[in-house]
Design a protein around this ligand. Structure first.
Ligand SMILES: NC(=O)c1ccc[n+]([C@@H]2O[C@H](COP(=O)([O-])OP(=O)(O)OC[C@H]3O[C@@H](n4cnc5c(N)ncnc54)[C@H](O)[C@@H]3O)[C@@H](O)[C@H]2O)c1
Length: 263
């Protein structure tokens, strides 16, 4: 599917991987609806991108908030006549904590697990669940009867989660696991599902990474020996939109890196 003259709903679209995707999709002639907590950045980005962009302040872990943003996006779609070509669910949080903290001799608070799962997993599914009923009404493309594509963001942590990543790895592993059943559920409607699993990429999230953790990751990088760039992520999103044969799959985007157990 060509992104041009279609609308894409991008959660986490105001920073890092989501923002690079928004910029590249916009450059490719798409309309972008940015859903993010960060309203300051949202207003700025929409001003920068101009006419084919909208911002909706959203907490993806709150269904009412997601519903409001999806409805707002759909009103915009009705006005422009540019159907929703897909969702890029890039909103996410880290949140390192071991299941048992030896110093305080206490387990990780369940609220911390809920926080990560509610944003990374529930937030992704909730957004997709609310957008799909609109996408199934799209005019099918020729010759494949395609109606759109759902792109989710997993992580290397889904496969080789490090100490302290139980909740994060669980959320990203679930995203990887749900990709195939999602594609199977929606195949009859001509909607594809693709998940990208990046390793260490430059973003606001990884800028907070302690130096020790960054160094330990650099030691196990194969090639290239550097973090990925947000544009390298967004170029795979564009390819996932354009290449109809990509479906029900998890694409590792990691330069061959496997994360180590020890820092
Ligand atoms: N950067 C990496 O190295 C890396 C690696 C693997 C996976 N990922 C995943 O990629 C995705 C994007 O991460 P990033 O690195 O660009 O991080 P980032 O912090 O730069 O961007 C995340 C965006 O999500 C938004 N967000 C956070 N919580 C939200 C909520 N509850 N509701 C709405 N928006 C919310 C933030 O405001 C921010 O704009 C995440 O799912 C992350 O887990 C990142």
């Amino acid at each position: 599917m060509k992104p041009e003259n279609r609308t894409f709903i991008i959660s986490g679209g105001c920073s890092g991987l989501g923002l690079a995707t928004a910029r590249d999709l916009h450059k490719a002639g798409a309309y972008v609806s940015l859903l993010d907590l960060n309203s300051g950045a949202g207003e700025k980005i929409v001003k920068e991108l101009g006419e084919r962009s909208r911002f909706f302040e959203v907490d993806v872990s709150d269904t009412a908030s997601v519903e409001k943003a999806v409805n707002g996006s759909m009103e915009w779609v009705q006005r422009t006549g540019k159907e929703v070509g897909g969702v890029i669910a890039a909103a996410g949080v880290g949140g390192a904590a071991k299941i048992f903290d030896a110093r305080s001799e206490s387990p990780v608070p369940i609220s911390q697990i809920d926080f990560v799962m509610n944003i990374n997993l529930r937030g992704t599914l909730d957004l997709i669940r609310l957008v799909v009923p609109h996408m199934v009404k799209n005019k099918p493309t020729v010759p494949d009867n395609e109606r759109g594509v759902l792109i989710m963001v997993s992580s290397s942590a889904a496969f080789d989660g490090q100490p302290g990543q139980v909740a994060y790895a669980a959320s990203k592993g679930a995203i990887a696991s749900l990709t195939l059943p999602l594609a199977r559920d929606l195949a009859r409607h001509g909607i594809r599902a693709v998940t990208i699993a990046p390793s260490l990429f430059e973003s606001a999230m990884t800028a907070m990474l302690p130096e020790k953790a960054r160094k330990s990751l650099e030691r196990v990088m194969e090639f290239p020996i550097r973090p990925g760039k947000p544009e390298e992520f967004s170029s795979l999103v564009l390819q996932s939109i354009e290449n109809t044969m990509l479906n029900g799959t998890v694409l590792r985007l990691d330069g061959g890196m496997r994360m180590p157990s020890k820092m």
